[in-house]
Design a protein around this ligand. Structure first.
Ligand SMILES: [Zn+2]
Length: 76
């Protein structure tokens, strides 16, 4: 199926571009979760929040096996 192949190729290219963008703007680090230790990229958003991303563009907390350890404490 030619259309499907084109979509796959476009998707792969988009993911590669996203990865390059994250490498350009993010600070490389390693997740501190004892079961995780995945490579991550810290990206500072314009509102000041620093958010950890996976190199493929996913939000790291969505995939981290230790995300419960890092759940943000609300500042009061
Ligand atoms: Zn993690």
């Amino acid at each position: 199926m030619e259309t499907q192949t084109k979509i796959d190729r476009d998707h792969i290219l988009a993911m590669e571009r996203l990865g390059k963008l994250l490498e350009a703007i993010g600070s490389p680090a390693v997740c501190l979760g004892p079961r995780c230790k995945a490579p991550i990229l810290w990206v500072q958003h314009l509102n000041g929040d620093r958010i950890p991303y996976n190199p493929n563009g996913e939000l790291h907390p969505d995939t981290c096996p230790d995300r419960e350890l890092f759940r943000r404490k609300k500042r009061t």
